[in-house]
Design a protein around this ligand. Structure first.
Ligand code: TMP
Length: 218
């Protein structure tokens, strides 16, 4: 039984911390898994990630929304072929930091590109694969952005992956609304986690959801 689990949410929601903790939890239980991320996950994906997220030098600042959509999708196509598809075939649980819901939330709700078209592009780039289970880390936009900016300020000497964080508050509000709409449309696949709580409480909630899903699919 394939178990493809995605972690989603707005900037500063803590999903990247939580996916690592979730990995530790699966390791302790000796459940075979891989942990991966979008954009990224493959050498080609990491090159694309740099183009999409690094804002220094500012030569990507004026990237068009269409270019953005196609770059995220290109990274995804490679990711499915080289990493996610093979891991699922081997029976591993796949934990993925963002996937196709992010494209609908950010490029659809955020940028305003046509959502039906994005769904078709998503189907193409992911060879029809959809997440089986999605944890949505939800919190107020202002709280998330404050956390994200603190993280970026603390990452001295690292590439500043802040092209999206620099978008206006309204952009991030539309992204949040997008995620909540997606979760409302597919309540069986999504679990909404209150990400405004402390790391340990959020982790406990994640473990409960994960175990329930994994046991159902054994
Ligand atoms: P993250 O790894 O810190 O979550 O950063 C990834 C950024 O890319 C984040 O701002 C959301 C954005 N993104 C999209 O806009 N569309 C997508 O399809 C994906 C996967 C990410």
């Amino acid at each position: 039984m394939e178990r493809f689990i995605t972690f989603e949410g707005i900037e500063g929601c803590g999903k990247s911390t939580q996916i690592k903790l979730a990995g530790g939890y699966l390791s302790e239980r000796r459940i075979p898994f891989i942990m991966t991320e979008e954009p990224g996950g493959t050498p080609i994906g990491r090159k694309i990630r740099e183009m999409l997220l690094n804002n220094v030098p500012r030569d990507t600042a004026n990237m068009s929304s269409e270019t953005e959509l196609l770059l995220f999708s290109a990274a995804r196509a490679q990711h499915i072929k080289d990493v996610i598809g093979p891991a699922l075939k081997e029976g591993r649980v796949v934990l993925c930091d963002r996937f196709s819901d992010a494209t609908i939330a950010y490029q659809g709700f955020g940028r305003g590109l046509d959502i039906d078209f994005i769904r078709r592009v998503n189907d193409f780039s992911s060879a029809g694969l959809k997440p089986h289970f999605t944890l949505l880390f939800d919190l107020p936009v202002a709280t998330g952005l404050t956390r994200a900016m603190e993280r970026i300020a603390g990452n001295k000497g690292m590439p500043a992956e802040d092209r999206f964080e620099r978008e206006a508050l309204e952009f991030h509000s539309r992204v949040r609304e997008g995620y909540l709409t997606l979760a409302g449309d597919e309540p069986d696949r999504f679990r909404i986690v209150d990400a405004s709580k402390d790391i340990e409480s959020v982790h406990r909630a994640v473990c409960v959801h994960l175990l329930q899903f994994i046991n159902e699919k054994l």
